[in-house]
Design a protein around this ligand. Structure first.
Ligand SMILES: [Zn+2]
Length: 75
């Protein structure tokens, strides 16, 4: 069965939040540093993503089963 896309929050260190699009354990969002840089993450073993433009590091958090992205948090 195809997995549905859903939106999950991206929480920045300064308390701002934006939205990411998640599908299964994959997630994509635009970094707020320039509003252009597309970041792609995956829940699971390789859950950290660094923005090339601003060097911020994000952690993709998933539900306990590891199958669904829950949120993205800037570290
Ligand atoms: Zn950035």
């Amino acid at each position: 069965m195809p997995q549905k896309q859903h939106t999950v929050p991206v929480i920045y260190k300064d308390g701002q939040s934006t939205k990411a699009i998640a599908k299964g354990n994959n997630v994509a969002w635009i970094c707020k540093c320039d509003g252009l840089t597309l970041l792609l993450g995956q829940a699971g073993s390789d859950a950290q993503v660094t923005c090339d433009a601003c060097n911020s590091t994000f952690l993709v958090q998933s539900q306990e089963d590891g199958e669904q992205v829950l949120k993205v948090v800037e570290l």
